[in-house]
Ligand binder design. Structure first.
Ligand code: ATP
Ligand code: MG
Length: 575
């Protein structure tokens, strides 16, 4: 392709609305343009990258025995009502009506449709195992679309779904997908970590995410996930799922007797601990949340933090936020109290579901709010002064330097971008949608399912996050839009142009994806663009051509060597 013909406009500046490098660079280098919030045009260079990512995925999925099909982007509400997700999916599900007033939605994922496909097409265990996949648009009306392609509203996903006759079959299918995923990301030039994760809105029991780890201290970090990992035994998990050994509370035996004492202005745990001269771990913290519109009081040891996804999952919820002050006021009124935030306790709360983190079970002679402003109960004990809630779960956020539950070594934390996610779904969808097959003994059984997603657009953006420098993108060869760009320094110099054209022709004939920068631009502009766009190799034809030499640059390392045009062509052909 001649650059003079290529549809690309590079910008001199980064776009003002971009926070992270992949967003900044993909816009500036002319790969994407925003159409609406979280909705992008993938321009020709981007589309070449995306097709390469897709093809790597296709090859590995096909090799793993999966079969490609294509399922619709617009789906009828009935299927979602059958699975029970029409009600619970929330605002991310973009709902619309057709001209007959029938409810439809834009696909955020395809479990419902694929389950219907298998229900119709699979009769017998003899047709199992089966793995169906497609590469398709998704739409999620994300509350905060941001970071360009990393969190769009419309994006491209590969999603695969496995159907097995039994649990052992599912284990096998899962294992095969896990291996394929590792290979896919490796081939895309991305090192990933497979981490245990929460199963979220998709459902099921076991799930792993593939994380591209990004440096924690870079500004505007694109890694939206905290990944905890053990350096000794390899345990790793998303913070929404991570567990650790609990350090014991530092009980100092200060409050032997239960009594209500004044704690003026002690709104926070820090203030309260300071005032009472006790460690935070002898305080029982009580926080009010709203889960799917219902109030929840969460109790946790004062030195620990609530992990909101864990808390939400404990109520099988889909949406969670901390309660506002006016909502706390409302709860107080309904319960016959009038305390403000900071002095709330579980005792006597009306219309509030109460849950305790496992950390509070062992507390003795502890400090707790009693719904009286500027007062706390000290020396409290479960069953004597306050009832231990029936609902107890792990809702604690793991912290760095906590100890690994598998081996006791210290956990570390890093930021990660989730590029892929695999789930063991079990029978969640097949049961709800009555999707069954006939087993060996002639009995009808629901399919045992798994599902496996890769964000195609997010993977490409993650590659930019991992591979760039201050001059631009450094595409991994396997997903670069072109392999090499030939830059004649001056389009007015006949010799330079002749050599450039000759190399261009040789490479084209050899089916190499090559760009020739034949534009009448200043040399500086052309060289800068080549770096910005991030083509893995650049051959510059300049003054040294009179000695029969060109400059060969490897973008990944920015290494440059001076060689003959033939050698330059040879190097590319040898790749
Ligand atoms: P997240 O937690 O980042 O919102 P998710 O866990 O909801 O993502 P999945 O349902 O697991 O996403 O979807 C499979 C894959 O699709 C993800 O691993 C990710 O690569 C991609 N993906 C999900 N949401 C988006 C989005 N808004 N923009 C781009 N890619 C996305
Ligand atoms: Mg996910």
């Amino acid at each position: 392709m001649r650059m003079s013909q290529l549809f690309v406009q590079t910008l001199r500046e980064f776009p003002s609305d971009a926070e992270v490098m992949s967003h900044k660079l993909l816009v500036r280098a002319g790969y994407i343009r925003k159409l609406a919030n979280g909705v992008y045009n993938y321009l020709p260079l981007m589309w070449r990258v995306l097709k390469k990512v897709e093809n790597i995925i296709r090859e590995e999925m096909d090799a793993a025995g999966a079969q490609e099909l294509l399922m619709p982007f617009v789906q009828p509400a009935e299927l979602w009502q059958d699975s029970g997700r029409w009600e619970v999916y929330g605002k991310e599900l973009m709902r619309l009506k057709d001209r007959h007033n029938r409810e439809m939605c834009l696909a955020p994922t395809h479990e419902e449709v694929v389950t219907a496909v298998a229900k119709e097409g699979v009769r017998s265990y003899k047709q199992l195992p089966l793995n169906l996949y497609h590469i398709q648009l998704k739409f999620r009306d994300e509350i905060r679309p941001r970071f360009g392609l990393l969190r769009g509203r419309e994006f491209i996903m590969k999603d695969a779904y496995s159907f097995d006759a039994d649990e052992e079959g599912l284990d096998k299918s899962y294992e095969i997908m896990a291996k394929a995923y590792t290979r896919i990301f490796e081939r895309c030039g991305l090192e990933t970590k497979m981490v245990q994760s929460d199963t979220g809105a998709i459902g099921g029991s076991v799930s792993h995410e593939y994380m591209v780890l990004v440096n924690e201290d870079t500004e505007n970090n694109a890694g939206e996930n905290d990944v905890f990992y053990c350096t000794k035994c390899g345990y790793s998990a998303n913070s929404n799922h991570a567990v650790s050994i609990l350090n014991p509370a530092e009980t100092d035996g200060k409050f032997e007797k239960a009594e209500i004492i004044d704690t003026p202005n002690a709104h926070s745990i820090e203030e309260l601990a300071k005032l009472l001269k006790v460690p935070a771990s002898v305080i029982c913290k009580c926080l009010i949340y709203v889960v799917d519109g219902k109030y929840v009081a969460a109790l946790i040891r004062g030195d620990k933090t609530v992990e909101e996804t864990k808390l939400m999952n404990a109520f099988a919820g889909n949406d969670i936020r901390i309660a506002r002050n006016d909502e706390i006021e409302e709860i107080m009124k309904a319960s016959g109290f009038n305390a403000i935030a900071g002095f709330i306790g579980p005792k006597g709360l009306k219309n509030v579901q109460i849950i305790a983190d496992e950390t509070v079970k062992e507390l003795k002679n502890f400090v707790i709010g009693i719904n009286q402003t500027d007062k706390h109960l000290v020396g409290a004990n479960w069953g004597v002064d306050v009832e231990l809630p029936e609902k107890i779960a792990d809702i604690r956020l793991v912290e760095k330097n906590d100890k690994c539950v598998d081996c006791g070594a210290e956990l570390k934390v890093t930021k990660g971008i989730e590029v892929g996610n695999i789930f063991k779904l079990g029978t969640k969808y097949s049961k709800a949608m009555n999707a069954t097959f006939t087993d060996k003994d002639g009995k009808e059984r629901p399919f045992i399912m798994g599902c496996y997603g890769i964000g195609v657009t997010r993977t490409a953006a993650a590659a930019v996050e991992r591979h760039h420098d201050e001059f631009g993108i450094k595409w991994p060869l396997a997903i670069a839009p072109y392999t090499v760009v030939i830059v004649p320094v001056s389009d007015q110099d006949e010799t330079q142009m002749k050599v450039a054209e000759e190399m261009y022709k040789k490479l084209l004939d050899a089916k190499v994806e090559v760009l020739l920068d034949d534009r009448s631009e200043r040399a500086g502009v052309k060289l800068k663009d080549a770096d910005l766009i991030g083509i893995p190799f650049r051959i510059t034809v300049g003054k040294t051509i009179k000695d029969g030499l060109v400059e060969f640059k490897t973008r990944a390392t920015n290494e440059m060597v001076t060689i003959t045009p033939d050698e330059a062509v040879e190097r590319i052909l040898a790749l």
